[in-house]
Design a protein. Structure first.
Length: 216
């Protein structure tokens, strides 16, 4: 049966996090459609993975037979994450925007799983795997908005997932999530609510579509 790799990175619980709430809707729909499937969940806020070290980096570029004990230990941790990605039939990523980019915990995970000569390079081992990114944000960075040029989440993750790892990438974007909490954004609450509903609906639809495709 198919395996879903679910990565959360929001520092907030589901009740206060749009990325977690939309990802949970996806995961629930997946489970309903695919009850015998496997879900591997990594909560990077509760259990961060190690940031890339010199040992982990150099070990990824050298022959394992020549690794020092430090390199061997660091590379083993990287391989655990790489193999989880490779085993997944679909990937779900919660990627809230913090200070105009992704959380550092998600960047650490990416630094570990981007392994040239394996997941990246001429024959990426996760090539074609569908990856759905829930890219929530407090404001709006859509084309034509005042902060369009501040969009560093989708641009970066497109380079990583689509261009580098050759995965089949789709974004779901709940935006204006600060509107209910910021009086200056009060007039944008209806737009926030509409965006949230679209995101929740898109998550359910995408999860069912993927579950059906993988079960076929």
């Amino acid at each position: 049966m198919a395996t879903l790799l679910h990565i959360d990175s929001s520092v907030f619980p589901t009740s206060a996090s749009s990325s977690r709430a939309v990802a949970e809707a996806f995961r629930s729909a997946w489970a309903e459609q695919h009850p015998d499937g496997t879900v591997v969940h990594r909560d990077l806020s509760a259990a961060p993975v190690p940031h890339l070290t010199a040992d982990a980096h150099t070990a990824g570029l050298s022959d394992p037979s020549g690794h020092t004990p430090g390199q061997a230990a660091a590379f083993a941790e990287r391989l655990t994450l790489v193999e989880e990605l490779e085993r997944a039939d679909a990937v779900l990523i919660g990627a809230p925007m913090y200070n105009f980019t992704i959380p550092s915990t998600l960047k650490a995970w990416l630094d570990n799983v981007i392994l040239f000569g394996r997941t990246a390079g001429e024959t990426p081992t996760a090539k074609g795997t569908p990856v759905t990114v829930i890219a929530s944000r407090g404001g709006s960075y859509e084309p034509g908005t005042p902060r369009e040029s501040y969009e560093y989440v989708r641009n970066y993750l497109t380079t990583v997932f689509a261009d580098t790892l050759a995965m089949d990438l789709e974004f779901i974007v709940p935006e204006l999530t600060m509107a209910p909490h910021n009086p200056a954004m009060a007039e944008l609450v209806p737009l926030y609510e509409a965006s949230r509903e679209r995101a929740l609906s898109a998550a359910v639809t995408k999860a069912k579509e993927l579950a059906d495709r993988l079960a076929a």
